[in-house]
Design a protein around this ligand. Structure first.
Ligand code: FES
Length: 123
């Protein structure tokens, strides 16, 4: 018999699994990502960046769109993440590239909070 959580295809054990076209990846507990903080993770070779901005959780591609820089070692100030390599900034609420050399926006991912756990939907 499936529980409601299984029916949602949300893993309960830190793993992820395919759910049709998308995959839900468990990130961490909401209490481990306070407002103004960020967390980088890698899943199947993809970097993912998860940010708590004013209590809202946003998830996006964790690699700069200019070159291969890891944004999780960049600098987060308010709604902007600054790339550590050439200092382009991105809006963490939209993914928009705010200044050159990066011009391509970051891909954003859906976030789901279940209980106190954060999940990111990877297409
Ligand atoms: S690698 Fe991020 S701005 Fe160049």
């Amino acid at each position: 018999m499936k529980s409601g959580k299984e029916a949602d295809n949300i893993p309960r054990n830190g793993y992820s699994r395919r759910s049709g076209m998308a995959e839900m990846v468990e990130v961490c507990d909401v209490n481990d990502l306070p407002s103004g903080s960020m967390k980088g993770l890698e899943y199947e070779g993809k970097r993912i960046l998860v940010v708590n901005h004013n209590g809202q959780i946003h998830a996006m591609d964790g690699t700069c769109t200019h070159e291969e820089a890891d944004l999780s070692i960049g600098f987060l100030m308010e709604n902007r993440i600054t790339c550590p390599l050439h200092l382009s900034q991105f809006d963490v609420t939209t993914g928009e590239a705010l200044n050159p050399p990066a011009t391509i926006p970051l891909k954003m991912f859906n976030v789901k909070i279940q209980g106190s756990r954060i999940y990111v939907q990877i297409p």
